[in-house]
Design a protein around this ligand. Structure first.
Ligand SMILES: Cc1cc2nc3c(=O)[nH]c(=O)nc-3n(C[C@H](O)[C@H](O)[C@H](O)COP(=O)(O)O)c2cc1C
Length: 246
């Protein structure tokens, strides 16, 4: 492979899938792009708009394995740098292990609370910021930073692209879960080393997300942090720039 030959498969290309020489017809061709109806489109926008971070509203009943499988398939369909698919999904149901995770959260949350000034600190302490014990399922989404070998397409100059890819999987999971009537809450108030020890995660694997997952009957219509006056949604128009940062 030379630096000027973008079609020759690299070291992480699937075996037996050699790209054709430039003069040969390409045996790999796209099919027609499916066009979605207005109702189908609207469903997707509705799912996006009604997705919430869930802390309190979980039902205790377990998730049907077939439904969980669909949600995980959606996560696994996410885009990833060089098709690296660096993710794993650790399914955590054991109440004892979840109690350990909750203790790790509580320690980190106490440290976090101390970082806010007086009145803000009181309001922070009043927020419930996790559903580790009341959700029937927790999912730790990790990123194996070594998957795909030393050289991965698209990751040569920006190593963190594998982490971003894993976040794409989390978002797919979150939206698919919403479509299935399942709520998801992302908990990031941990020292990663505490979580890694509890879940026996090896050093080359990074924790990207710790998710609380379960069926929900009720959801806030707006972000709970906004409804509780912590922070409001920004004006989209103020976030769109034309051509350059100005
Ligand atoms: C990377 C990430 C980490 C988050 N960590 C937490 C957390 O530790 N605790 C919590 O209550 N919510 C957490 N959230 C949820 C956000 O607070 C929530 O997405 C935001 O307030 C908007 O609300 P919504 O998701 O309901 O629209 C996290 C969200 C993201 C994307």
């Amino acid at each position: 492979m030379t630096a000027h030959d973008p079609v020759t498969p690299g070291p992480d290309a699937p075996r037996g899938a050699a790209a054709p020489a430039p003069t040969e017809p390409d045996p790999v061709a796209p099919g027609p792009a499916r066009v979605f109806s207005a109702a189908e489109r609207q469903s997707l926008y509705d799912i996006i708009a009604s997705r919430r971070d869930v802390r309190n509203e979980f039902r205790p009943d377990p998730i049907d394995p077939a439904v969980l499988r669909r949600v995980l398939e959606a996560a696994h369909a996410a885009p990833s740098v060089g098709f690296m698919q660096p993710w794993n999904f650790i399914l955590i149901r054991d109440p004892k292990r979840r109690a350990q995770v909750h203790a790790a959260f509580a320690a980190a949350n106490a440290e976090a609370a101390d970082m806010f000034e007086s009145e803000r600190q009181q309001r922070y302490r009043a927020l419930k910021l996790e559903g580790i014990l009341n959700a029937p399922l927790n999912i730790c989404v990790t990123c194996d930073r070594t998957r795909g070998g030393k050289v991965v397409i698209g990751r040569t100059h920006q190593r963190e692209m594998d982490l971003y890819s894993t976040v794409c999987a989390v978002q797919n999971l979150w939206l698919a879960a919403r479509a299935e009537g399942i709520g998801v809450g992302w908990v990031s108030i941990f020292r990663p080393a505490d979580l890694a020890a509890i879940l026996h995660i090896p050093p080359h694997v990074e924790i990207v997300a710790y998710l609380c997952v379960g069926h929900v009957d009720s959801l806030f219509e707006q972000p709970e942090l906004a409804l509780r006056g912590w922070r409001q949604r920004l004006d989209l128009d103020a976030l769109i720039l034309e051509e350059e940062w100005a």
